[in-house]
Design a protein around this ligand. Structure first.
Ligand code: OOB
Length: 533
């Protein structure tokens, strides 16, 4: 029996004429994520697919687990179109769960393991989730308590606490194989880095996402002998798809999950598993370059590192080949779509100083001035883009979409770039109100809202301040309700955010400055630019 396309309120579809064109040109080939895994299973059943410190699964074993877990989800009533928050660290179980959700036609919502109650509750609401999947415990972090909280406060959500390294939680009969999603359906909701007080969710279809995945795999020249170390959070778009976990599955390669990004752990895993590729943010790359572990480890298997998420300083880029003995690919991407890569064979200057060029010949790029008029190549301007794997709108966010998308459907990225005559882009700044803390994106408005909930705070302004190691750090300028009182203190504010507001640690300001007023611009708005210096 065939199924009809999934109708989800609040999704902005690609216009029919564009969709037709993307199919005609062979970009959208009509494949779902489940079909992607199936083809790897048929082609490479006995090759290792995913490895963590506890378990190794071949493609055939992964597929078997996916079916059993899909059965467990279906038995709880989850199915086609249901949104399910996936809140899991880098583990084999993550891959099993995500593909089991694809199998039943449910939509994973990709939370980061670092998120806490505040963020998870927001996603539950924004996505009207029907499920929440997390792990019992990972390292020093216990996740299970949050599941209890969600159970109590969201009666419509079924919660699952996966015991890491133990398969007994889902051992029922496999689900019969029938089609439960179509390639044109929204496959999942990814998180936006965000610029607003509420999170924005990004609906990506199987067709559009897998086009970017296959092309990323081709551009990065990976194959079934490739081994990727997943260093950054696996659910981030970069580790997931550029070319990432999904790119590795597309070619039958292997993903080794790193439990943490420290050079000691990572370089040991590179040696142990003969890792060929790793996706890194600049601060992690720099930590590897500066690590004493480098001298003790044989990392000669490394073919290249993919570096992106934040601007890579040229000095660090130039150290990669001589000090790691591998190639560098710069990756400038965004969960909303567009991904740029430097290419294998590009000259050193291009690889070390630009952030690459788009994946697709049909990625339309506009670089415009403040008034929206195109600027010449070589001049800085706002990057806007439209194409076969860039969304046309955020999920259920019509008002925000009017600001983030032009009338003709280009996404206004909020990045300031320079394009050269060959089409390579260099990121030179940002116009969006967002902090990029070593690749982790923080919406100042979100942090401000949490701090404003403190009864001793009169007003607050959160900005990014330059930092050598991370590119930027978070600084909160705080006006106390009673400036004479000396309250609240910095440690009280940190404790308030962590324990009472329960926000992710990476969003807690690195610095607090107590002031009695904010600098203002000529029109009376807070002058965040002058605060950020
Ligand atoms: C990746 O995705 P997001 O959604 O976390 O963040 C996107 C933003 C971009 O708009 C840009 O502001 C910044 O992150 N960014 C870079 C960059 N890569 C991303 N800024 C300068 N240089 C770079 N190489 O960060 C992402 C998604 C897929 C692949 C790679 C990164």
């Amino acid at each position: 029996m065939s199924i009809s396309p999934l109708r989800l309120d609040g999704v902005v579809d690609y216009p029919a004429e564009f969709a037709a064109q993307y199919r005609e040109k062979g970009y959208w080939i009509g494949q779902t994520h489940s079909a992607l895994l199936d083809s790897a299973v048929s082609a490479h059943p006995d090759r290792p697919a995913v490895v963590d410190p506890r378990r190794t699964l071949t493609y055939a074993e992964l597929s078997e687990r996916v079916q059993a877990i899909a059965g467990a989800f279906a038995a709880e009533g989850l199915g086609r179109g249901d949104r399910v928050i996936v809140h899991m660290p880098n583990t084999v179980e993550y891959v099993e769960v995500v593909f089991a959700l694809f199998e039943i036609g449910a939509l994973p919502v990709f939370a980061l393991a670092a998120h806490r109650s505040a963020e998870i509750r927001q996603f539950c609401t924004a996505a009207t989730a029907r499920g929440y999947v997390t792990v019992d415990k990972f390292g020093l972090t216990s996740y299970g308590d949050l599941a209890t909280e969600i159970d109590t406060d969201f009666p419509d959500i079924s919660t699952f606490v996966v015991p890491i390294g133990d398969e007994s939680w889902a051992t029922g009969p496999p689900l019969p194989r029938v089609e439960r999603s179509l390639p044109s359906d929204v496959a999942f909701l990814q998180l936006s880095g965000g610029t607003t007080g509420t999170p924005k969710l990004i609906p990506r279809t199987h067709d559009d996402y897998l086009y970017s995945v296959r092309e990323s795999a081709r551009i990065c020249d990976i194959d079934s002998s490739s081994v990727m170390l997943a260093v950054l959070p696996i659910s981030h778009n970069f580790t997931m798809s550029s070319p990432g976990l999904l790119g590795m599955i597309a070619v039958g390669g292997c993903v080794v999950m790193s439990p943490d990004p420290s050079p000691d752990t990572c370089l040991r895993l590179v040696e142990e598993h003969a890792v060929t590729h790793a996706a890194l943010v600049p601060p992690v790359l720099i930590a590897w370059l500066n690590s004493s572990a480098l001298a003790d480890r044989d990392i000669s298997s490394l073919e290249s590192v993919w570096v992106g998420g934040a601007k890579l300083p040229e000095e660090a880029a130039r150290r990669v080949a001589p000090e790691l003995g591998c190639a560098l690919t710069q990756v400038f991407g965004m969960a909303e779509g567009l991904v740029n890569y430097t290419r294998i064979g590009d000259d050193d200057e291009t690889v070390t100083t630009t952030q690459g060029r788009p994946i697709s010949p049909d990625d339309e790029i506009r670089v415009v001035d403040d008034a929206g008029a195109p600027v010449a190549d070589g001049a800085a301007g706002h990057l806007q883009t439209r194409g076969p794997y860039t969304i046309r709108g955020y999920y259920r966010a019509p008002e925000h979409n009017r600001k983030s998308f032009t009338a003709d459907g280009f996404y206004a990225t909020g990045d300031i770039v320079v394009r050269d005559p060959r089409g390579y882009l260099t990121v030179v700044g940002r116009s969006k109100d967002q902090i990029n803390r070593g690749g982790e994106k923080i919406a100042p408005a979100m942090v401000e809202n949490h701090l404003l909930a403190h009864h001793e705070i009169h007003d607050v302004s959160v900005v990014g301040i330059p930092d050598d190691a991370l590119g930027e750090r978070i600084c909160a300028y705080v006006i106390r309700r009673d400036p004479e009182s000396g309250m609240p203190t910095v440690s009280q504010l940190r404790a308030f955010l962590r324990a009472e507001r329960q926000v992710a640690a990476y969003t807690i300001p690195d610095r607090f400055e107590f002031v009695t007023e904010f600098p203002t611009t000529s029109v009376g708005k807070i002058d965040k630019k002058s605060q950020g210096r």
